[in-house]
Ligand binder design. Structure first.
Ligand code: ARG
Length: 468
């Protein structure tokens, strides 16, 4: 259909778009996510045009009412698409043109005035920033939820000892609470990164036009504040082509997802027959089609694996913006899917992980037994000697030979007699056996950030204050 006025092409074109080109060009298959932001942005824009006398009040009234109705209808239609076709028309390219076309169909000529003093370039930049802000907020809530789940388990396991590992080898005894609090700290940093990314997304680009702002006497600050932005962007060229806010949010998602993969990995390990430290709630496991005894930790495995996808989103985003000349280029449309994918992937992974953590049952006895095997208190022997004036290097050597001695006899360090200890170094006294008690060993690590009981309790209280 030549010369059609559908979509954004207008009457300039004699040829209609090639069907494959149209498919490639359309973003409505994913940018429907911008619907609420697009409607809000258009309402704020129209109201400002009215206040500035750029549009007649009666038209603004019609536009705003129409947008509200269309926004609600489309949202309802999009909410449950399963058996229905999308209400959006891909021939109209994107969500912006779909909303505008519907508006004009409903209210007539006034609908065509909405795009006064605006371009889809500053429009999509605004919508995406609103999406990024809403997403950061949602992800921060989910991160806190997960942190609360970890914290509740920490509170329940202040007095459970577990081996602390380095190189996945039993290293030193710690409290299970301390282990869990490590993740609370990690996800706390992720939350802070989301908050930080949101700060820079929080500027309204509307008014930047296609690239060179607008000739109309608009009030950018009014629109920004109506939309809840902290301020306005300062350069129209930059603002129309800037997707840094998306990159920053996806970077924060990628690191949070990496942290989730570490937790997922530990849940997989800890629920294995080899460790038997944890029983995962069955709602997050599946069975084997052949081996009836299997309970596989599919969901933590998938959480672990989804990380690759979110890293891919970050790389895709960075690659899209690399080398782009100022200002808007259609390439920028390709920043949308990685952004949505990273946000949605992290969101669901956070939600399920929080529930898995809440429902996990730790095998306290098994953990205690593991603490007692493998010479986890060898460092205590060295510390004991060092505290009595032996240079630490020598103390470390002595403890090393004692571990060898114990290993050759197939016993733990506590089973060595005082004579055997003294044969290596005469400094040992009977009080050394107190040092070899794992619980005391943990509680001597009484420094801020350490696993001693009072330190862990203080940290739990501090975090309970923070997380409410
Ligand atoms: N769907 C487009 C995007 O996501 C909207 C902006 C289109 N602008 C343009 N000049 N073609 O980037």
């Amino acid at each position: 259909m030549a010369n059609e006025a559908r979509g954004a092409r207008g009457r300039r074109f004699a040829e209609s778009l090639d069907p494959d080109a149209a498919e490639l060009n359309a973003s409505v298959g994913f940018d429907w996510r911008l619907l609420p932001h697009d409607v809000a942005g258009s309402i704020a824009h129209a109201q400002m045009l009215g206040r500035r006398g750029i549009l007649p009040a009666a038209d603004v009234e019609r536009i705003v009412t129409g947008l509200r109705e269309i926004g609600a209808e489309l949202a309802a239609d999009l909410a449950d698409l399963k058996d229905r076709e999308s209400p959006l028309d891909s021939a109209l390219e994107d969500i912006h043109m779909n909303v505008e076309a519907r508006l004009s169909a409903r209210i007539g000529a006034a609908g065509g005035r909405l795009h006064t003093a605006r371009s889809r370039n500053d429009q999509v930049a605004t919508d995406l920033r609103l999406y990024a802000l809403a997403s950061a907020k949602k992800l921060m809530l989910e991160l806190d939820n997960l942190r609360r789940a970890l914290l509740a388990q920490a509170r329940a396991h202040v007095d459970t000892l577990v081996p602390g590992y380095t190189h996945l080898q039993r290293a030193q005894p710690i409290r299970l609470a301390h282990h869990l609090l490590a993740y609370v700290a990690m996800f706390g940093r992720d939350r802070a990164r989301m908050e930080d990314a949101a700060k820079r997304a929080d500027e309204c680009p509307l008014g930047s036009g296609a690239l060179a702002a607008t000739t109309f006497p608009i009030d950018r600050n009014q629109v920004a504040s109506d939309l809840g932005f902290r301020g306005v962007t300062r350069n129209s060229l930059d603002a129309a082509g800037d997707r840094d806010f998306a990159v920053e949010l996806v970077m924060a998602c990628a690191l949070a997802q990496a942290h989730l993969s570490r937790l997922g990995e530990e849940l997989v390990l800890w629920s294995s027959q080899e460790f038997q430290f944890a029983k995962l709630p069955e709602a997050y496991c599946s069975g084997s089609s052949i081996m009836p005894q299997k309970v596989n930790p599919d969901i933590p495995e998938l959480v672990r694996a989804k990380t690759g996808r979110v890293f891919g989103d970050l790389m895709a985003l960075l690659t899209v913006i690399k080398g782009l000349p100022l200002a808007y280029n259609k390439d920028l449309q390709e920043t949308q899917e990685p952004l949505y994918d990273a946000v949605e992937t992290l969101d669901i992974c956070l939600r399920v992980t929080a529930r898995i953590v809440r429902g996990t049952v730790f095998d306290v006895d098994r953990m205690w037994k593991s603490v007692a095997e493998g010479h986890l208190v060898a460092t205590e022997l060295a510390d004991y000697l060092a505290s009595k004036g032996i240079p630490f290097r020598r103390a470390h050597d002595v403890a090393g030979s004692l571990v060898r001695k114990a290993q050759s006899r197939g016993v733990e360090l506590v089973a060595l007699s005082l004579e055997e200890l003294r044969a290596e170094d005469p400094t040992f006294d009977p009080d050394v056996y107190e040092w070899l008690d794992p619980l005391r060993a943990v509680d001597r690590r009484d420094v801020v950030g350490g696993p001693a009981r009072n330190q862990v309790l203080a940290e739990i209280s501090r975090l309970e204050q923070e997380l409410g």
